[in-house]
Ligand binder design. Structure first.
Ligand code: F6P
Length: 546
Protein backbone atom coordinates (compact mmCIF):
# COMPACT_ATOMS: atom_id res chain seq x y z
CA UNK A 1 0.00 0.00 0.00
CA UNK A 2 1.33 3.43 -0.92
CA UNK A 3 -0.20 6.51 0.68
CA UNK A 4 0.05 8.24 -2.71
CA UNK A 5 -2.94 6.20 -3.92
CA UNK A 6 -5.13 7.07 -0.96
CA UNK A 7 -7.95 9.45 -1.93
CA UNK A 8 -7.30 11.52 1.20
CA UNK A 9 -3.64 12.02 0.19
CA UNK A 10 -4.72 13.20 -3.25
CA UNK A 11 -7.25 15.51 -1.68
CA UNK A 12 -4.44 17.00 0.42
CA UNK A 13 -2.39 17.45 -2.74
CA UNK A 14 -5.18 19.57 -4.24
CA UNK A 15 -5.61 21.44 -0.99
CA UNK A 16 -1.88 22.19 -1.00
CA UNK A 17 -2.16 23.73 -4.48
CA UNK A 18 -4.95 26.01 -3.21
CA UNK A 19 -3.20 26.93 0.01
CA UNK A 20 0.48 27.14 -0.81
CA UNK A 21 0.49 30.93 -1.16
CA UNK A 22 -1.90 31.64 1.72
CA UNK A 23 -0.42 33.92 4.33
CA UNK A 24 -0.42 33.02 8.00
CA UNK A 25 -0.18 36.71 8.79
CA UNK A 26 -3.48 37.32 7.04
CA UNK A 27 -5.09 34.28 8.65
CA UNK A 28 -4.14 35.65 12.09
CA UNK A 29 -5.50 39.09 11.17
CA UNK A 30 -8.82 37.61 10.03
CA UNK A 31 -9.34 35.11 12.83
CA UNK A 32 -8.92 36.16 16.45
CA UNK A 33 -9.74 32.60 17.55
CA UNK A 34 -6.83 31.02 15.71
CA UNK A 35 -4.76 30.36 18.85
CA UNK A 36 -7.69 28.70 20.63
CA UNK A 37 -8.53 26.62 17.58
CA UNK A 38 -5.01 25.37 17.09
CA UNK A 39 -3.82 24.52 20.60
CA UNK A 40 -3.86 21.22 22.45
CA UNK A 41 -3.14 20.51 26.09
CA UNK A 42 -1.89 17.36 27.73
CA UNK A 43 -2.47 18.48 31.33
CA UNK A 44 0.30 21.03 31.99
CA UNK A 45 1.92 20.85 28.54
CA UNK A 46 0.52 23.10 25.83
CA UNK A 47 1.14 22.77 22.11
CA UNK A 48 0.47 25.93 20.13
CA UNK A 49 0.38 24.92 16.47
CA UNK A 50 -1.39 28.03 15.23
CA UNK A 51 1.75 29.36 13.51
CA UNK A 52 1.53 26.70 10.81
CA UNK A 53 0.45 26.98 7.19
CA UNK A 54 -2.91 25.42 7.84
CA UNK A 55 -6.59 26.15 7.94
CA UNK A 56 -9.37 24.26 9.66
CA UNK A 57 -9.78 22.36 6.41
CA UNK A 58 -6.11 21.31 6.36
CA UNK A 59 -6.48 19.68 9.76
CA UNK A 60 -9.71 17.96 8.70
CA UNK A 61 -7.96 16.57 5.64
CA UNK A 62 -4.88 15.46 7.58
CA UNK A 63 -7.11 13.72 10.12
CA UNK A 64 -8.98 12.05 7.24
CA UNK A 65 -5.62 10.75 6.00
CA UNK A 66 -4.81 9.44 9.47
CA UNK A 67 -8.16 7.65 9.56
CA UNK A 68 -7.59 6.24 6.08
CA UNK A 69 -4.38 4.52 7.27
CA UNK A 70 -6.18 3.27 10.40
CA UNK A 71 -4.12 5.36 12.82
CA UNK A 72 -6.23 4.41 15.84
CA UNK A 73 -5.82 0.75 14.94
CA UNK A 74 -2.03 1.11 14.73
CA UNK A 75 -1.92 2.88 18.08
CA UNK A 76 -3.90 0.07 19.67
CA UNK A 77 -1.78 -2.60 18.03
CA UNK A 78 1.38 -1.05 19.48
CA UNK A 79 0.00 -0.65 23.02
CA UNK A 80 -1.46 -4.14 23.08
CA UNK A 81 1.82 -5.88 22.26
CA UNK A 82 1.22 -6.99 18.67
CA UNK A 83 4.45 -7.79 16.78
CA UNK A 84 4.29 -4.59 14.70
CA UNK A 85 8.08 -4.61 14.25
CA UNK A 86 7.47 -7.08 11.44
CA UNK A 87 11.03 -7.38 10.09
CA UNK A 88 12.31 -8.51 13.48
CA UNK A 89 9.11 -10.26 14.55
CA UNK A 90 8.92 -8.20 17.75
CA UNK A 91 6.36 -6.30 19.76
CA UNK A 92 7.09 -2.61 20.44
CA UNK A 93 6.48 -2.02 24.10
CA UNK A 94 8.47 0.89 25.49
CA UNK A 95 5.04 1.99 26.73
CA UNK A 96 4.93 -1.11 29.01
CA UNK A 97 8.12 0.09 30.73
CA UNK A 98 6.23 3.14 31.98
CA UNK A 99 2.83 1.50 32.35
CA UNK A 100 2.16 2.97 35.78
CA UNK A 101 -1.40 1.56 35.77
CA UNK A 102 0.19 -1.88 35.90
CA UNK A 103 -2.62 -3.27 33.73
CA UNK A 104 -1.42 -6.49 32.06
CA UNK A 105 0.41 -6.17 28.73
CA UNK A 106 0.56 -9.47 26.92
CA UNK A 107 3.37 -10.64 24.64
CA UNK A 108 2.94 -14.16 23.25
CA UNK A 109 0.31 -14.88 25.87
CA UNK A 110 2.46 -13.70 28.81
CA UNK A 111 2.02 -10.53 30.87
CA UNK A 112 5.30 -8.57 30.76
CA UNK A 113 4.45 -6.34 33.73
CA UNK A 114 5.77 -8.65 36.50
CA UNK A 115 9.21 -8.70 34.80
CA UNK A 116 9.13 -4.91 34.25
CA UNK A 117 8.26 -4.37 37.92
CA UNK A 118 10.91 -6.81 39.10
CA UNK A 119 13.66 -4.90 37.25
CA UNK A 120 12.35 -1.58 38.61
CA UNK A 121 12.52 -3.07 42.11
CA UNK A 122 16.08 -4.34 41.45
CA UNK A 123 17.09 -0.85 40.26
CA UNK A 124 15.56 0.71 43.36
CA UNK A 125 17.39 -1.62 45.72
CA UNK A 126 20.67 -1.09 43.92
CA UNK A 127 20.33 2.72 43.79
CA UNK A 128 19.44 2.87 47.47
CA UNK A 129 22.47 0.73 48.34
CA UNK A 130 24.76 3.00 46.34
CA UNK A 131 23.20 6.16 47.79
CA UNK A 132 23.16 5.12 51.44
CA UNK A 133 26.61 3.53 51.34
CA UNK A 134 25.55 -0.13 51.63
CA UNK A 135 27.27 -0.67 48.28
CA UNK A 136 30.90 0.31 48.69
CA UNK A 137 33.92 0.22 46.43
CA UNK A 138 36.71 -2.34 46.92
CA UNK A 139 38.56 -0.19 49.47
CA UNK A 140 35.43 0.48 51.52
CA UNK A 141 34.70 3.94 50.11
CA UNK A 142 31.35 5.25 48.87
CA UNK A 143 30.71 5.44 45.13
CA UNK A 144 31.12 9.04 43.95
CA UNK A 145 31.15 8.61 40.17
CA UNK A 146 29.09 6.53 37.78
CA UNK A 147 30.41 6.01 34.24
CA UNK A 148 27.84 4.81 31.72
CA UNK A 149 29.54 2.99 28.86
CA UNK A 150 27.13 2.65 25.94
CA UNK A 151 26.34 4.17 22.55
CA UNK A 152 23.28 5.27 20.54
CA UNK A 153 20.12 4.52 22.51
CA UNK A 154 22.24 3.15 25.34
CA UNK A 155 23.81 6.59 25.76
CA UNK A 156 21.93 9.50 24.17
CA UNK A 157 18.65 9.25 26.09
CA UNK A 158 20.11 8.76 29.58
CA UNK A 159 22.81 11.39 28.94
CA UNK A 160 20.21 13.91 27.78
CA UNK A 161 17.95 13.23 30.78
CA UNK A 162 20.80 13.49 33.30
CA UNK A 163 21.74 16.92 31.91
CA UNK A 164 18.15 18.05 31.95
CA UNK A 165 17.43 17.01 35.54
CA UNK A 166 20.66 18.37 36.97
CA UNK A 167 18.73 20.30 39.67
CA UNK A 168 17.44 16.94 40.96
CA UNK A 169 20.90 15.33 41.14
CA UNK A 170 21.93 13.66 44.39
CA UNK A 171 24.76 15.42 46.18
CA UNK A 172 28.08 13.67 46.14
CA UNK A 173 27.42 11.60 43.02
CA UNK A 174 28.43 12.53 39.47
CA UNK A 175 27.57 10.74 36.29
CA UNK A 176 29.68 10.51 33.13
CA UNK A 177 28.89 9.10 29.70
CA UNK A 178 31.45 7.41 27.49
CA UNK A 179 30.23 6.40 24.05
CA UNK A 180 32.80 7.10 21.35
CA UNK A 181 35.34 4.42 20.47
CA UNK A 182 37.77 7.30 19.97
CA UNK A 183 39.98 6.68 23.02
CA UNK A 184 39.84 10.39 23.84
CA UNK A 185 36.35 9.94 25.24
CA UNK A 186 37.28 7.26 27.78
CA UNK A 187 40.74 8.66 28.62
CA UNK A 188 39.57 12.19 29.33
CA UNK A 189 36.78 10.81 31.51
CA UNK A 190 38.98 8.40 33.47
CA UNK A 191 41.66 11.07 33.98
CA UNK A 192 39.32 12.76 36.46
CA UNK A 193 38.30 9.61 38.35
CA UNK A 194 39.43 7.43 41.23
CA UNK A 195 38.96 3.66 40.64
CA UNK A 196 38.13 3.14 44.33
CA UNK A 197 34.96 5.22 44.05
CA UNK A 198 33.93 4.67 40.42
CA UNK A 199 31.10 2.42 39.26
CA UNK A 200 30.84 1.41 35.60
CA UNK A 201 27.46 0.67 34.04
CA UNK A 202 28.04 -1.26 30.81
CA UNK A 203 24.87 -0.56 28.86
CA UNK A 204 24.29 -2.56 25.70
CA UNK A 205 21.06 -4.19 24.66
CA UNK A 206 22.91 -6.72 22.51
CA UNK A 207 26.26 -6.72 24.35
CA UNK A 208 27.90 -7.13 20.96
CA UNK A 209 28.44 -3.47 20.05
CA UNK A 210 32.09 -2.97 19.14
CA UNK A 211 32.46 0.53 20.56
CA UNK A 212 30.88 -0.34 23.90
CA UNK A 213 32.78 -3.58 24.39
CA UNK A 214 36.08 -1.91 23.47
CA UNK A 215 35.46 0.92 25.94
CA UNK A 216 34.29 -1.55 28.60
CA UNK A 217 37.44 -3.66 28.24
CA UNK A 218 39.68 -0.59 28.44
CA UNK A 219 37.77 0.65 31.48
CA UNK A 220 38.29 -2.72 33.16
CA UNK A 221 42.05 -2.63 32.36
CA UNK A 222 42.25 0.84 33.86
CA UNK A 223 40.40 -0.38 36.95
CA UNK A 224 42.59 -3.49 37.33
CA UNK A 225 45.71 -1.34 37.52
CA UNK A 226 44.53 -0.41 41.02
CA UNK A 227 42.37 -3.35 42.02
CA UNK A 228 42.13 -7.12 41.70
CA UNK A 229 39.88 -9.29 39.56
CA UNK A 230 37.52 -10.08 42.46
CA UNK A 231 36.88 -6.35 42.93
CA UNK A 232 35.31 -6.10 39.46
CA UNK A 233 31.97 -7.27 40.89
CA UNK A 234 31.71 -4.13 43.06
CA UNK A 235 32.56 -1.76 40.22
CA UNK A 236 31.00 -3.17 37.03
CA UNK A 237 27.31 -3.77 36.43
CA UNK A 238 25.58 -4.41 33.12
CA UNK A 239 22.28 -3.65 31.41
CA UNK A 240 21.49 -6.06 28.60
CA UNK A 241 19.30 -8.74 27.05
CA UNK A 242 22.37 -10.95 26.68
CA UNK A 243 23.26 -12.68 29.98
CA UNK A 244 25.69 -15.04 28.30
CA UNK A 245 27.83 -12.25 26.82
CA UNK A 246 27.65 -10.30 30.10
CA UNK A 247 29.00 -13.34 31.97
CA UNK A 248 31.65 -13.92 29.29
CA UNK A 249 32.83 -10.33 29.81
CA UNK A 250 33.31 -11.14 33.49
CA UNK A 251 30.38 -9.32 35.06
CA UNK A 252 28.46 -11.27 37.69
CA UNK A 253 24.95 -11.80 36.22
CA UNK A 254 23.57 -11.00 39.70
CA UNK A 255 24.72 -7.48 38.82
CA UNK A 256 22.94 -7.49 35.48
CA UNK A 257 19.72 -5.57 34.86
CA UNK A 258 17.58 -7.20 32.22
CA UNK A 259 15.93 -5.57 29.23
CA UNK A 260 13.89 -7.28 26.55
CA UNK A 261 13.89 -7.58 22.78
CA UNK A 262 10.61 -5.62 22.58
CA UNK A 263 12.45 -2.48 23.71
CA UNK A 264 14.09 -0.68 20.79
CA UNK A 265 17.50 0.88 21.56
CA UNK A 266 16.31 4.44 20.93
CA UNK A 267 13.20 3.80 23.07
CA UNK A 268 15.08 2.21 25.97
CA UNK A 269 15.76 5.02 28.42
CA UNK A 270 12.62 3.96 30.34
CA UNK A 271 14.13 0.52 31.02
CA UNK A 272 17.21 -0.34 33.07
CA UNK A 273 19.13 1.56 30.37
CA UNK A 274 17.91 4.46 32.54
CA UNK A 275 19.95 3.15 35.49
CA UNK A 276 22.44 6.07 35.33
CA UNK A 277 19.46 8.44 35.60
CA UNK A 278 18.18 6.63 38.69
CA UNK A 279 21.66 6.58 40.20
CA UNK A 280 22.15 10.26 39.47
CA UNK A 281 18.81 11.63 40.64
CA UNK A 282 17.29 8.79 42.68
CA UNK A 283 14.71 6.16 41.81
CA UNK A 284 11.88 8.47 42.87
CA UNK A 285 12.81 10.96 40.15
CA UNK A 286 13.25 8.18 37.61
CA UNK A 287 9.71 7.07 38.44
CA UNK A 288 8.47 10.65 38.02
CA UNK A 289 9.92 10.54 34.52
CA UNK A 290 7.98 7.31 33.87
CA UNK A 291 4.81 8.90 35.29
CA UNK A 292 5.05 11.81 32.84
CA UNK A 293 5.61 9.50 29.88
CA UNK A 294 2.68 7.35 30.98
CA UNK A 295 0.46 10.42 31.02
CA UNK A 296 1.44 11.15 27.41
CA UNK A 297 0.83 7.49 26.54
CA UNK A 298 -2.71 7.72 27.90
CA UNK A 299 -3.27 10.95 25.99
CA UNK A 300 -2.02 9.33 22.76
CA UNK A 301 -4.03 6.17 23.23
CA UNK A 302 -7.32 7.73 24.28
CA UNK A 303 -7.67 11.29 22.95
CA UNK A 304 -9.56 11.70 19.67
CA UNK A 305 -7.17 12.23 16.78
CA UNK A 306 -8.22 15.88 16.43
CA UNK A 307 -7.11 16.65 20.00
CA UNK A 308 -4.16 14.32 20.07
CA UNK A 309 -0.80 16.08 20.40
CA UNK A 310 1.50 13.43 18.86
CA UNK A 311 -1.01 12.83 16.06
CA UNK A 312 -1.25 16.53 15.18
CA UNK A 313 2.52 17.05 15.36
CA UNK A 314 3.13 13.96 13.23
CA UNK A 315 0.58 15.05 10.63
CA UNK A 316 2.00 18.57 10.45
CA UNK A 317 5.38 17.01 9.74
CA UNK A 318 3.87 14.96 6.91
CA UNK A 319 2.22 18.13 5.57
CA UNK A 320 5.58 19.89 5.26
CA UNK A 321 7.69 16.91 4.19
CA UNK A 322 5.38 15.42 1.58
CA UNK A 323 3.51 18.46 0.30
CA UNK A 324 5.78 21.47 0.85
CA UNK A 325 8.97 19.43 0.23
CA UNK A 326 10.70 20.23 3.54
CA UNK A 327 13.67 18.04 4.24
CA UNK A 328 14.65 19.04 7.72
CA UNK A 329 13.02 19.79 11.06
CA UNK A 330 14.67 21.97 13.68
CA UNK A 331 14.06 21.39 17.39
CA UNK A 332 15.14 24.38 19.43
CA UNK A 333 14.76 24.17 23.22
CA UNK A 334 14.93 27.49 25.05
CA UNK A 335 16.54 25.74 27.99
CA UNK A 336 20.26 25.26 28.27
CA UNK A 337 19.82 22.01 30.18
CA UNK A 338 18.10 20.53 27.11
CA UNK A 339 21.25 20.94 25.02
CA UNK A 340 21.30 17.22 24.23
CA UNK A 341 17.57 16.97 23.55
CA UNK A 342 17.93 17.50 19.76
CA UNK A 343 20.60 14.76 19.55
CA UNK A 344 18.36 12.25 21.27
CA UNK A 345 15.50 13.28 18.97
CA UNK A 346 17.85 12.89 16.03
CA UNK A 347 18.47 9.21 16.76
CA UNK A 348 14.84 8.64 17.70
CA UNK A 349 13.47 10.07 14.47
CA UNK A 350 16.20 9.39 11.91
CA UNK A 351 16.94 5.81 12.97
CA UNK A 352 13.21 5.09 13.08
CA UNK A 353 11.92 6.75 9.92
CA UNK A 354 15.00 6.94 7.69
CA UNK A 355 13.55 4.24 5.43
CA UNK A 356 13.13 3.71 1.70
CA UNK A 357 11.31 0.37 1.94
CA UNK A 358 7.73 -0.03 3.07
CA UNK A 359 6.42 -2.63 5.53
CA UNK A 360 5.99 -5.19 2.79
CA UNK A 361 9.42 -4.69 1.25
CA UNK A 362 8.57 -2.44 -1.69
CA UNK A 363 10.76 0.53 -2.50
CA UNK A 364 8.87 3.74 -1.91
CA UNK A 365 8.73 6.87 -3.99
CA UNK A 366 7.72 9.50 -1.43
CA UNK A 367 9.74 11.26 1.23
CA UNK A 368 9.97 9.75 4.72
CA UNK A 369 11.87 10.92 7.81
CA UNK A 370 13.39 14.41 7.86
CA UNK A 371 16.84 15.45 9.03
CA UNK A 372 16.43 16.42 12.69
CA UNK A 373 18.73 19.02 14.12
CA UNK A 374 18.93 21.92 16.54
CA UNK A 375 20.67 23.46 19.53
CA UNK A 376 19.41 25.52 22.44
CA UNK A 377 18.10 29.02 21.97
CA UNK A 378 19.30 31.71 22.13
CA UNK A 379 22.64 30.37 20.80
CA UNK A 380 21.07 29.07 17.58
CA UNK A 381 19.78 32.57 16.81
CA UNK A 382 23.35 33.76 16.41
CA UNK A 383 24.37 30.82 14.27
CA UNK A 384 21.85 29.29 11.86
CA UNK A 385 18.61 31.23 12.26
CA UNK A 386 19.62 33.46 9.34
CA UNK A 387 18.90 30.54 7.01
CA UNK A 388 15.61 29.68 8.69
CA UNK A 389 14.44 33.31 8.29
CA UNK A 390 15.82 34.25 4.89
CA UNK A 391 17.14 31.04 3.28
CA UNK A 392 15.48 29.32 0.35
CA UNK A 393 14.32 26.22 2.23
CA UNK A 394 11.23 25.81 4.37
CA UNK A 395 12.38 24.57 7.77
CA UNK A 396 9.66 23.94 10.33
CA UNK A 397 10.83 24.66 13.87
CA UNK A 398 9.67 23.27 17.21
CA UNK A 399 10.26 25.77 20.00
CA UNK A 400 10.39 24.14 23.44
CA UNK A 401 9.81 26.78 26.12
CA UNK A 402 9.91 26.16 29.90
CA UNK A 403 8.48 29.32 31.50
CA UNK A 404 10.36 29.13 34.79
CA UNK A 405 13.98 28.30 35.35
CA UNK A 406 15.36 26.11 38.14
CA UNK A 407 17.97 28.79 38.62
CA UNK A 408 17.27 32.06 40.38
CA UNK A 409 17.90 34.82 37.81
CA UNK A 410 14.52 36.17 36.73
CA UNK A 411 16.04 38.72 34.31
CA UNK A 412 17.78 36.04 32.28
CA UNK A 413 14.60 34.01 32.03
CA UNK A 414 12.51 36.93 30.74
CA UNK A 415 15.12 37.70 28.09
CA UNK A 416 15.27 34.03 27.10
CA UNK A 417 11.49 33.78 26.78
CA UNK A 418 11.20 37.05 24.89
CA UNK A 419 13.70 35.73 22.38
CA UNK A 420 11.91 32.43 21.94
CA UNK A 421 8.58 34.13 21.31
CA UNK A 422 10.19 36.73 19.05
CA UNK A 423 11.62 34.02 16.80
CA UNK A 424 8.31 32.27 16.22
CA UNK A 425 6.57 35.62 15.67
CA UNK A 426 9.25 36.78 13.23
CA UNK A 427 9.14 33.50 11.31
CA UNK A 428 5.40 33.75 10.95
CA UNK A 429 5.06 37.49 10.20
CA UNK A 430 8.25 38.28 8.38
CA UNK A 431 8.80 41.90 7.37
CA UNK A 432 7.52 43.14 4.00
CA UNK A 433 9.01 45.76 1.68
CA UNK A 434 6.69 48.55 2.88
CA UNK A 435 7.65 47.92 6.48
CA UNK A 436 11.34 47.89 5.62
CA UNK A 437 10.96 51.07 3.59
CA UNK A 438 9.24 52.86 6.46
CA UNK A 439 12.03 51.80 8.83
CA UNK A 440 14.79 52.91 6.48
CA UNK A 441 13.16 56.28 5.89
CA UNK A 442 12.92 56.74 9.64
CA UNK A 443 16.63 56.03 9.86
CA UNK A 444 17.24 58.83 7.36
CA UNK A 445 18.00 56.71 4.29
CA UNK A 446 16.68 57.67 0.86
CA UNK A 447 17.13 57.30 -2.87
CA UNK A 448 19.47 54.72 -4.36
CA UNK A 449 21.02 53.81 -1.03
CA UNK A 450 17.58 52.97 0.36
CA UNK A 451 16.56 50.94 -2.71
CA UNK A 452 19.84 49.01 -2.68
CA UNK A 453 19.51 47.99 0.94
CA UNK A 454 15.78 47.34 1.00
CA UNK A 455 15.58 43.81 -0.53
CA UNK A 456 18.22 42.51 1.87
CA UNK A 457 16.14 43.55 4.84
CA UNK A 458 12.90 41.90 3.72
CA UNK A 459 11.88 38.75 5.62
CA UNK A 460 9.53 36.52 3.60
CA UNK A 461 7.82 35.20 6.75
CA UNK A 462 5.12 32.52 6.49
CA UNK A 463 7.59 30.08 8.03
CA UNK A 464 6.00 27.49 10.28
CA UNK A 465 6.67 26.62 13.89
CA UNK A 466 5.16 24.81 16.85
CA UNK A 467 5.58 26.03 20.40
CA UNK A 468 5.60 23.58 23.29
CA UNK A 469 5.23 25.54 26.51
CA UNK A 470 5.08 24.49 30.17
CA UNK A 471 5.71 25.88 33.64
CA UNK A 472 8.98 24.15 34.53
CA UNK A 473 11.18 21.30 33.35
CA UNK A 474 10.33 18.68 35.98
CA UNK A 475 11.09 14.96 35.53
CA UNK A 476 7.39 14.40 34.72
CA UNK A 477 7.46 17.08 32.02
CA UNK A 478 10.60 15.65 30.52
CA UNK A 479 8.98 12.21 30.38
CA UNK A 480 5.96 13.73 28.69
CA UNK A 481 8.05 15.57 26.11
CA UNK A 482 10.15 12.57 25.12
CA UNK A 483 7.08 10.32 24.87
CA UNK A 484 5.38 12.99 22.73
CA UNK A 485 8.18 12.84 20.16
CA UNK A 486 8.32 9.02 20.28
CA UNK A 487 4.66 8.89 19.37
CA UNK A 488 5.00 11.61 16.74
CA UNK A 489 7.60 9.43 15.00
CA UNK A 490 5.19 6.48 15.23
CA UNK A 491 2.37 8.51 13.65
CA UNK A 492 4.55 9.45 10.69
CA UNK A 493 5.70 5.84 10.25
CA UNK A 494 2.07 4.74 10.12
CA UNK A 495 1.24 7.32 7.43
CA UNK A 496 4.29 6.31 5.37
CA UNK A 497 3.55 2.59 5.83
CA UNK A 498 7.05 1.87 7.13
CA UNK A 499 8.33 -0.12 10.08
CA UNK A 500 9.74 2.54 12.41
CA UNK A 501 11.26 -0.02 14.75
CA UNK A 502 14.04 -1.76 12.85
CA UNK A 503 17.40 -0.16 11.89
CA UNK A 504 18.98 -2.36 9.23
CA UNK A 505 20.57 0.73 7.73
CA UNK A 506 23.27 0.81 10.40
CA UNK A 507 24.47 -2.73 9.71
CA UNK A 508 26.49 -2.33 6.51
CA UNK A 509 28.92 0.17 8.03
CA UNK A 510 29.44 -2.15 11.03
CA UNK A 511 30.19 -5.11 8.72
CA UNK A 512 32.64 -3.14 6.61
CA UNK A 513 34.42 -1.69 9.65
CA UNK A 514 35.08 -5.25 10.84
CA UNK A 515 36.48 -6.14 7.42
CA UNK A 516 38.69 -3.02 7.27
CA UNK A 517 40.14 -3.40 10.78
CA UNK A 518 42.65 -6.18 9.90
CA UNK A 519 43.66 -4.28 6.75
CA UNK A 520 44.88 -1.40 8.94
CA UNK A 521 47.57 -3.56 10.61
CA UNK A 522 51.20 -2.79 9.93
CA UNK A 523 52.46 -4.60 6.83
CA UNK A 524 52.42 -4.55 3.05
CA UNK A 525 49.98 -2.34 1.17
CA UNK A 526 46.60 -3.86 0.44
CA UNK A 527 44.60 -3.70 -2.79
CA UNK A 528 41.32 -5.38 -1.97
CA UNK A 529 38.87 -2.46 -1.84
CA UNK A 530 37.74 0.16 -4.34
CA UNK A 531 40.52 2.56 -5.32
CA UNK A 532 39.43 5.27 -2.88
CA UNK A 533 39.18 3.01 0.19
CA UNK A 534 42.35 1.10 -0.76
CA UNK A 535 44.38 4.30 -1.17
CA UNK A 536 43.07 5.76 2.08
CA UNK A 537 43.95 2.55 3.97
CA UNK A 538 47.47 2.57 2.53
CA UNK A 539 47.88 6.24 3.36
CA UNK A 540 46.79 5.59 6.95
CA UNK A 541 49.34 2.78 7.24
CA UNK A 542 52.05 5.03 5.88
CA UNK A 543 51.19 7.83 8.31
CA UNK A 544 50.94 5.47 11.29
CA UNK A 545 53.83 3.10 10.79
CA UNK A 546 56.50 4.80 8.65
O1 F6P B 1 23.82 0.70 15.65
C1 F6P B 1 22.58 1.15 16.04
C2 F6P B 1 22.18 0.59 17.36
O2 F6P B 1 21.78 -0.72 17.24
C3 F6P B 1 21.10 1.44 18.00
O3 F6P B 1 19.84 1.14 17.58
C4 F6P B 1 21.35 1.18 19.45
O4 F6P B 1 20.75 2.15 20.23
C5 F6P B 1 22.85 1.23 19.50
O5 F6P B 1 23.26 0.63 18.28
C6 F6P B 1 23.48 0.52 20.65
O6 F6P B 1 23.16 -0.84 20.68
P1 F6P B 1 23.40 -1.73 21.94
O7 F6P B 1 22.58 -1.18 23.05
O8 F6P B 1 22.97 -3.10 21.55
O9 F6P B 1 24.86 -1.67 22.27
Amino acid sequence: MTPLNITEWQSLQRHYSDLKYASMREEFALDSGRFDRFTIRCSDLLLDYSKNRITKETIEKLIALANAVDMSGWIERMFSGEAINNTEGRAVLHTALRNRSNAPVMVNGKDVMPAVNAVLAQMKTFCNQVHNGDWLGFSGKKITDVVNVGIGGSDLGPAMICDAIEPYGIEGLSVHFVSNVDGTDLSTTLDKLNPETTLFVIASKTFTTQETLTNAESARSWFLKSASQQDVAKHFVAVSTNAEAVAAFGIDTDNMFEIWDWVGGRYSLWSAIGLPIALYAGMENFERLLDGAHEMDNHFRHQPLTENMPVIMGLLGVWYINFFGSQTQAIVPYDHSLARFPSHMQQLDMESNGKVTNRTGQRISYKTGPVIWGTPGTNGQHAYFQLIHQGTQLIPVDFVLPVNSHYPDVDHQSILLANGLAQSEALMKGKNAEEVRAELVKEGLEGEALEALLPHKVFPGNRPSNTLIFAKLTPEMLGKLVALYEHKVFVQGAIWNINSFDQWGVELGKQLAKAILPDLKEGADISTHDSSTTSLINLIKELRFN
